[in-house]
Design a protein around this ligand. Structure first.
Ligand code: BTN
Length: 238
């Protein structure tokens, strides 16, 4: 895959930049910021960012498809494999987090804009690379590559490795072979766990289906959720 990297020192948000410059950008353009000033995550949450993080977004142009929910999964599998290449073992917390011992090392935000039949898909990836500590409210929830193996990483090398892995997963997506789904299933931090999807609704997580949706079991019935429908913060083992 021919990615073209466009670098910025500081930018509000790499996802936002792509969405605002769709007319100038091409498929597989990659926007990288040494630092984002107002990076954001799902549900418009702030994304903590400084120059220790790797923050970038990839523009992918496709046709409208019911397979679009797989994009977050393919990105998560790529991050998992890239981390493994740096000897860091991680788990994928459906739909869009990569975690180590329940602490988040990477967040993924996929946004889409349909223009004249072309689906512009923005894959935003925020990876904690050289962070040596986090603020009090994040310290129990976040980790970084440095904190996991004590090495400082060159962010441009980490980006290259990540793009290579994203390229592999995208090829599987375009060929509809979707091998990346096994990476998400086999390294899921959720499958087999019980979670509350609402107060008093305790369900068992069964699997991720071929469209990237979460399958859960509630009172013997199987339910299907897409990423935007559930928040899985109340995870517990039981
Ligand atoms: C989440 O945890 O909810 C997803 C976080 C995604 C953060 C990345 S950093 C690069 C890209 N630009 C943004 O503003 N957000 C994504």
């Amino acid at each position: 895959m021919n990615f073209k990297i466009i670098e910025f020192k500081e930018i509000e948000s790499t996802n936002k930049y792509i969405k605002e410059n769709l007319d100038k950008l091409r498929g597989f353009d990659v926007i990288v910021a040494d630092r984002q000033l107002s990076g954001y995550g799902r549900r418009s949450r702030d994304w903590f960012d400084n120059s220790d993080n790797l923050s970038f977004s990839i523009l992918v142009k496709t046709v409208l498809s019911d397979r679009i929910g797989l994009i977050t999964q393919l990105a998560a599998s790529a991050v998992h494999r890239a981390l493994k290449g740096f000897e860091i073992d991680s788990e994928i917390k459906w739909p869009n987090d990569v975690v180590i011992n329940s602490k988040k090392i990477c967040g993924i935000l996929v946004e889409t804009i349909l223009i004249d039949g072309v689906l512009n898909t923005v894959i935003g990836i925020g990876l904690n690379v050289n962070n040596s500590k986090f603020s009090k409210d994040l310290s129990n929830k976040a980790t970084s590559m440095f904190m996991e193996n004590g090495t400082t990483f060159d962010k441009s090398i980490v980006l290259k490795v990540l793009l290579k892995e994203v390229g592999k997963s995208l090829t599987q997506y375009f060929n509809k072979t979707d091998e990346f789904l096994s990476v998400c299933r086999n390294n899921s931090s959720l499958i087999g766990e019980y979670v509350f999807i609402e107060k008093n609704r305790r369900v068992k997580i069964i699997n991720i289906d071929n469209f990237g949706r979460l399958l859960v079991e509630e009172n013997g019935e199987t339910l299907t959720f897409i990423g935007s429908e559930v928040s899985l913060n109340n995870l517990y083992n039981g």
